[in-house]
Design a binder for this molecule. Structure first.
Ligand SMILES: Cc1cc2nc3c(=O)[nH]c(=O)nc-3n(C[C@H](O)[C@H](O)[C@H](O)COP(=O)(O)OP(=O)(O)OC[C@H]3O[C@@H](n4cnc5c(N)ncnc54)[C@H](O)[C@@H]3O)c2cc1C
Length: 403
């Protein structure tokens, strides 16, 4: 069967790997990026840990898979009647079955100046831009920012705020920048408490932990605007050249642009039926699908397995099964050797939380990569790549990774 998968992220890669186990299938995986981005580790790559844990070339993942072809293209159009996709390159791709997993994009909610003056950690480019900025400030200009501001206290914002202080301190020490005290890390959240989607108890425990790490938490404070050297919050300026936006992610605009083919919920996610189909023979999975736990890597993996299994059932004359949402555990690292797990009523924090996070990361890598490579990527996350950063060193690092 000719199956086209769009998106080289958690959902797309997993579904392609599963479908490829059946040699009757020929899979074309189309992605607009040559790498798989392991988002959960990007905060750690941004704060000095190895790149190797954060982005892996698709060619490495699919090496030796004879029935998977990887195409670098950006899909801009779908004709669900003709079962045909069109890419930015002008190429068209016909399919018998299609699985779409395009992930989300950053949104700035129209906040003035934020798109220009903030940094992000949602991609390799964003991580590199942030690291270059810190390098220029500390290594070249020998200055420390007055405030390092992380906006959004969801899991990513919390992870980053907890790791940023010690990274900035290490950079200062390495480049001989005198510090009058620890760097000031501000964590800003518009909701009344941090980790608003998790339980109040978890939020309280993590608040205590962040305070211990010296992070200044400002909840119930919405950002109004950003310029090159300050942001406005509650009518007052905070002086900062380093504002990192982790707050806004919205569904991929592709589906809105193709409104005649998809039904969308008010939150922008795509309505799927009980088999995860959004159109005849077209499945939408992962962050794009309106399912209860959409927005988590583990949900994207779960969806991928579900769809691959149903396609297999169909090919073998069996009735498809119905989708069952599964609540995944969430584990958030908060500084060195401390993490918190929350799952249903269960909560585990401290070093045991770190062990569980390490186990979850290994499972995540192993889901995508052959064992040896999964172990390599997993081990890399324990390696400090640079206490310092130079653009040249970074490029060298990238070249090495791609080989
Ligand atoms: C910084 C960060 C940290 C996170 N941490 C965690 C965590 O700790 N635990 C957790 O469970 N979840 C975490 N998540 C969420 C998790 O990464 C997502 O839920 C997961 O990536 C969703 O998988 P997906 O396949 O739906 O989309 P993605 O993994 O985003 O993949 C989408 C792919 O589609 C490609 N693409 C996009 N548009 C096109 C197009 N038009 N044509 C072709 N290709 C296209 C993209 O380049 C990408 O390769 C985090 C997310 C972020 C941003």
């Amino acid at each position: 069967m000719n199956i086209t998968v769009v998106g080289g992220g958690f959902g797309g890669i997993k579904v392609a790997l599963e479908l490829a186990r059946d040699h009757r299938n020929m899979i074309t995986l189309i992605s607009d990026k040559p790498d798989f981005q392991y988002y959960p580790a990007l905060y750690s790559a941004a704060t000095g840990h190895s790149h190797l844990e954060s982005w892996v070339p698709l060619g490495t993942i699919f090496a030796g898979k004879k029935n998977i072809i990887v195409q670098l293209d950006t899909i801009t159009n779908v004709d669900t009647k003709a079962k045909k996709l069109t890419g930015k390159t002008g190429a068209t791709y016909s399919y018998e079955r299609c699985v779409m997993a395009l992930g989300g994009i950053t949104t700035y909610f129209g906040i003035e100046g934020l798109d220009v003056f903030s940094y992000g950690i949602k991609s390799e480019e964003e991580v590199m831009r942030l690291k270059r900025h810190l390098y220029e400030d500390i290594a070249e200009n020998h200055t420390m920012d007055k405030h390092y501001v992380v906006i959004g206290a969801g899991p990513t914002g919390v992870e980053l705020a907890a790791a940023l202080g010690s990274y900035v301190s290490r950079l200062c020490e390495h480049y001989g920048v005198k510090q009058s005290g620890a760097p000031t890390i501000d964590l800003l959240e518009g909701a009344p408490r941090i980790l608003p989607k998790m339980s109040e108890a978890t939020s309280r425990i993590v608040t205590r932990r962040l305070k211990k790490l010296g992070v200044h938490i400002r909840t119930g404070q919405a950002l109004e605007s950003a310029t090159a050297d300050h942001i406005m919050v509650g009518g007052k300026p905070i002086r900062s050249r380093t504002v990192i936006w982790t707050a806004g992610v919205t569904n991929h605009p592709f589906y809105k642009e193709q409104a005649s083919s998809f039904a969308l919920l008010p939150n922008g996610r795509v309505k799927v039926d009980e088999f995860m189909k959004a159109a005849p023979d077209l499945y939408v999975i992962g962050d794009n699908a309106a399912t209860p736990y959409s927005g988590l890597a583990q949900t994207a993996l779960h969806d991928a397995l579900f769809v691959a299994h149903n396609i297999w059932r169909e090919q073998n004359g069996k009735a498809p099964q119905k989708y069952k949402a599964v609540k995944p555990p969430v584990v958030i690292p908060v500084g060195e050797d401390w993490a918190i797990l929350e799952w249903h009523g269960l909560r585990i924090s401290g070093w045991l939380g770190t062990l569980l996070r390490r186990a979850a990361d290994f499972i995540g890598y192993n889901d995508m990569l052959p064992l040896g490579q999964a172990l390599g990527a997993w081990h890399a996350s324990m390696v400090m790549e640079d206490n310092y950063f130079t653009p040249a060193a970074s490029e060298m690092g990238r070249t090495a990774i791609r080989k």
